[in-house]
Structures are given as C-alpha cells and as structure tokens.
Design a binder for this molecule. Structure first.
Ligand code: IMP
Ligand code: MG
Length: 179
C-alpha cells in the first residue's frame, strides 16, 4: 500500500511531542498564573502545536491568530515579511505569548515582535516548537523551546514543504532537502 511517509525519516515522534508539549504547558501555567494573557498562533505552521499546547494549559488565556507572508515560497523565507492576517484582540495591559512552529533566520519573529511591541502589551514572549538557533540572521530569542534542531528541513505536525505533510502527527526530516 502507498505510504505518504515512507521516504521520510522520523525526528520527533508523537510521544516525544506530547511529553514536551506538556512540559512547556506547565512552565507557561506557572509563569503567567492569573495574569491576563493572549496567546497568538502563527498560522499555518503552528496550528497543531498551538492547539495541543493551549489544551494542556490549566490557565484560561485569550486566543488569537496571525498569518505572516515572506517573499519566496518553500524552503527559505525571504528578507521581507508582512501580515496577511493581523490579530484582532487588543493587547493593551495584557501579557502576550506568540506560538510559532520554527524559528529559522529569525526574520519572521523579528517582524512580529516589532509589530506587536507597539501595542501596549505588558510582556511579549515566544514559544517555538523548534529552534534552529544556528541559522539566525537576525537575533531573536525564544523563551520556550520544544526542540533545538541543529540542521535539516522538517515536515509534519503543522510544518509543510510546498503545503504538503502538515497533517502528519509527528515531525519528519525530508531527506535531500538542505538547510
Ligand atoms: P524565519 O523567518 O527564517 O525564521 O522562518 C521561519 C519560517 O520558515 C517558519 O515559520 C516556517 O514556516 C519556515 N521554515 C523554516 N524552516 C523550516 C523547516 O525545516 N520546515 C518547514 N518550514 C520551515
Ligand atoms: Mg511559519
């Protein structure tokens, strides 16, 4: 039978992801407690990480969504980032936690931090499922990191290659794709 994943190599399986997401949720619970908090999902890549993470929390944050576009499709994000969907909630006087799939060059998060920091939030932090720290082109610090990935292009659990593989429940390496 045809398997959509036979050419993929597993990097983080469902158990590893579930365990790590629970650990991150505990840290987030204890950092924010009863403080007003907005958690912002960066579409599309973070949608599964975000939905698992917010369901693992015991606190009750407000939730919102943002979508960013960067010039150039596929493997490498370009230098210019813009909103294709902005958030809708007010951030005034609230803590804000951005939930992102991967931080690579740092350009997307640098853009989003700059945009949101002008909106009166009490604090602005980032939770990233995967941090490719060695690939930064602009300095961005992730406050909560699921996994640190030194190299490779990965797909699954929300992450795509040309819009494929997002629905896979685990994270896989796409062999032959450099990065
Ligand atoms: P940055 O602006 O270079 O940090 O790009 C981050 C974005 O590039 C992520 O949100 C992903 O959408 C995409 N990206 C970077 N590395 C990968 C990868 O290995 N697999 C899938 N998408 C990736
Ligand atoms: Mg992304």
């Amino acid at each position: 039978m045809f398997s959509p994943v036979e050419h993929l190599r597993i990097v983080y399986d469902e158990n590893m992801i579930r365990t790590r997401v629970r650990e991150l949720a505990k840290e987030i619970d204890s950092l924010y407690g009863d403080e007003p908090l907005v958690i912002v999902c960066v579409l599309k890549g973070a949608f599964l990480f975000f939905s698992d993470l917010v369901r693992a929390l015991t606190i009750s944050p407000e939730l919102d969504f943002v979508r960013l576009a960067s010039y150039g499709e596929g493997m490498k994000s370009g230098g210019t980032v813009s909103f294709t969907k902005d958030i809708e909630l007010s951030l005034e006087g609230k803590h804000v936690l951005i939930v992102e799939d991967i931080i690579d060059s740092g350009r997307s998060m640098d853009f989003l931090l700059r945009q949101l920091s002008a909106r009166g939030a009490k604090s602005l932090k980032i939770a990233a499922l995967i941090d490719k720290k060695g690939r930064r082109e602009v300095p961005v610090h992730a406050d909560f990191v699921g996994f640190a990935l030194p190299a490779g292009f990965i797909v699954g659990y929300g992450l795509d290659y040309a819009e494929r593989y997002r629905a896979l429940p685990a994270v896989y390496c796409l062999p032959g794709v450099g990065k």
